[in-house]
Write a protein that binds this ligand. Structure first.
Ligand SMILES: [Zn+2]
Length: 245
């Protein structure tokens, strides 16, 4: 039957459009739900939002969601850290004062494959450091230096103090920050921020790659590019401010 050309076209109606889409959307959502929550879901772990974080698994768009979930719960955080192969010990919360304390204290001495002099921090920072080492530091080391990082040098995490030149407490006062000062490689090379930030090309490139990848794993990252106070270390923290400089 032909449409009468004089008949007015029906005006667009949002209500009708939504009404028409309702059933297909519900069916699709039920399908996705069944896929995710079915115990025998065919989704591989890195893609499955119901399985816990595996820090050494390949990265997917939901890795960060899993990480956020892991750091919100001390038990999950420690389980993820253990799964990564990191060497660490834990002890009960150290609540020195409201301003200065370490929650979920974690003493880490090896990330997935790099050693460090034992670093006392909170579980979240240890886990973020481990993921940065695995997914940022080691790829940058292989790309720029042709070797792995064997040791990470740091200036510590917990320190009950104010921000230099300010009345505000530092994120270090709650072990919510880490300062990293250099790296030793499996081929014997050593890189220090103090001397190599503007040094040989491969070392400069490595340090910039490492700084940039840190911004994937920490909310705030300050390097020698930020100011002279950071000429010899990267400062990373999970405070309120986000910055990558
Ligand atoms: Zn710092």
């Amino acid at each position: 039957m032909q449409r009468n050309p004089n008949e007015p076209r029906q005006p667009f109606s949002l209500g009708r459009l939504i009404g028409g889409l309702f059933l297909p959307v519900v069916v699709l959502a039920m399908g996705i739900g069944a896929l995710l929550y079915h115990p025998e879901t065919p989704l591989a772990d890195p893609w499955n939002p119901t399985t816990p974080l595996d820090p050494i698994a390949r990265l997917t768009p939901i890795t960060h969601w899993k990480l956020m979930r892991a750091v919100a719960d001390p038990v999950q955080c420690r389980a993820a850290l253990a799964k990564s192969g990191a060497a660490f010990t834990t002890r009960p919360d150290q609540l020195t004062s409201a301003q200065c304390h370490i929650k979920t204290p974690t003493r880490i001495s090896t990330t997935t494959s790099a050693r460090l002099s034992p670093l006392e921090t909170r579980c979240e920072m240890a886990l973020r450091l481990t993921m940065w080492e695995r997914h940022g530091i080691q790829p940058a080391a292989r790309k720029n230096l042709g070797a792995d990082v064997a040791r990470i040098h740091h200036f510590g995490s917990y320190s009950c103090r104010k921000i230099a030149g300010s009345e505000r407490m530092s994120q270090h006062a709650t072990a919510n920050a880490i300062d990293i000062s250099g790296f030793d490689f499996t081929n014997g090379k050593k890189i220090r921020l103090r001397s190599d930030w503007n040094g040989e090309a491969d070392k400069r490139a490595f340090l910039r790659d490492v700084r940039n990848s840190a911004c994937t794993w920490f909310g705030l990252v300050l390097s020698p590019d930020y100011n002279a106070a950071h000429h010899d270390h990267f400062h990373m923290d999970q405070g309120r401010w986000a910055r990558c400089r």
